[in-house]
Design a protein around this ligand. Structure first.
Ligand code: UFG
Length: 345
């Protein structure tokens, strides 16, 4: 019998791509989302891409424990992938209480419900932000985490630790919880169908949606934050991971948990390409692959940005049998195709 995976935050950007790959790999998917930062576009897209129009959907807030318990009572959940969280760094600095409450309570509720329903496999969506301004690059999973520079980053660290502790405490019990934290680098791009992608509300904080919105004419000009960094072209270096590749890493991690192949009850993997790309290089590749000129200017550094970070991906490659495959050109073409799809709607 197919196993069932609960995807909390499943109507969002990453959650929708992960749902597609799970369904395509033969899993049943149950989606929970409070729709606080998305509409039904991506969930509808998931149904279209997979041809599955009976995906159970719970419009619930995971901060409401009763709703989470009801879901676990109604569905037999074998694994949970927890995305439901706020993710804007700047907003988290301005509204820490809201961020801590939402991101911590929702995860605690998922864990408690999982534990009380005979245990579960839990995959937490973490972030490379936990490494901060790392000295040794690329970062491995052993690279020490640095104190978080925003409440958002702190919730990622805290949730990793909560998962680790719950795994330890439930080992050997009836409600055993096993856990994997995936530390994402910079997820970008869209599904090749252009039916699902990133839908930022308001002015995008992230680079690629800002680029595509500038190209389509929604924004006047891209500011490249800082061109005096100690890098080859003076702009920051990041590890941009294609969203479909990222989604496939989740399928590999879920399979590892469900097939009992974990080496420890709690494991951590970096999910990136292992290749640093500068902001300027990314802009140039975007222009070239899509045959257009982008209106951009160099602007002062953005406070809080690290100069450079990219992943050592060997652990994920070896243990998950996964690696990033889609070339940056294709990913940036997909991001543009998605923006054009939105413009035609
Ligand atoms: N950038 C620009 N102009 C923009 C937007 C971004 O030049 O309009 C630059 C940034 O300065 C940075 C790079 O593009 O050098 C990438 O910026 P993003 O905002 O897209 O991504 P970050 O690396 O800052 O942040 C991402 C995730 C966060 C996470 C962080 C650290 O969005 O959730 O990585 O892991 F916390």
């Amino acid at each position: 019998m197919s196993k069932t995976v609960l995807v909390s935050g499943g109507a969002g950007y990453i959650g929708s791509h992960v749902s597609v790959e799970l369904i395509n790999s033969g899993y049943n998917v149950v989606v929970a989302d409070n729709m606080s930062n998305c509409d039904m576009t991506c969930f509808e897209g998931v149904k279209k891409i997979t041809g599955k129009d009976d995906i159970p959907f719970y419009q619930i807030d995971c901060c409401d424990y009763e709703s989470v318990v009801k879901l676990f009572d109604e569905q037999k959940i074998d694994a949970v992938i927890h995305f439901a969280a706020y993710k804007a760094v700047g907003e988290s600095v301005a509204q820490p209480i809201m961020y801590y409450r939402n991101n911590l309570v929702s995860f605690l509720n998922i864990l408690e419900a999982a534990k009380n329903h005979g245990g579960c496999n839990v995959l937490f969506s973490s972030s490379a932000t936990v490494y901060g301004e790392a000295q040794d690059l690329p970062v491995t999973e052993q690279t020490p985490r640095l104190p978080a520079t925003s409440p958002y980053g702190n919730t990622k660290q805290m949730c990793e630790d909560i998962l680790r502790d719950v795994v330890k405490a439930t080992a050997g019990s009836e409600g055993v919880v096993k856990g994997i934290a995936l530390r994402y680098f910079n997820p970008i791009g869209a599904h090749p169908s252009a039916l699902i992608g990133e839908l930022p509300r308001g002015v995008p904080n992230n680079l690629v949606p800002f680029i595509t919105q500038t190209a389509v004419g929604k924004r006047e000009c891209l500011s490249i934050f800082g061109n005096d960094y100690p890098t080859e072209d003076g702009t920051c270096l990041r590890d941009y991971i294609d969203i479909v590749d990222l989604a496939k890493a989740h399928v590999a991690a879920v399979a590892r948990m469900l097939d009992d192949r974990m080496k420890e009850g709690y494991e951590i993997f970096n999910v990136g390409t292992g290749r640093p790309v500068s902001v300027y290089e990314l802009v140039t590749v975007f222009e070239k692959v899509n045959g257009l000129k982008l209106n951009y200017k160099f602007a002062p550094r953005r406070p809080g940005d690290v100069v450079a970070i990219w992943a050592d991906t060997r652990l994920a490659n070896e243990e998950l049998g996964w690696q990033a495959e889609r070339p940056l050109e294709e990913t940036l073409a997909s991001a543009w195709a998605w923006e054009k799809h939105l413009a035609e709607k």
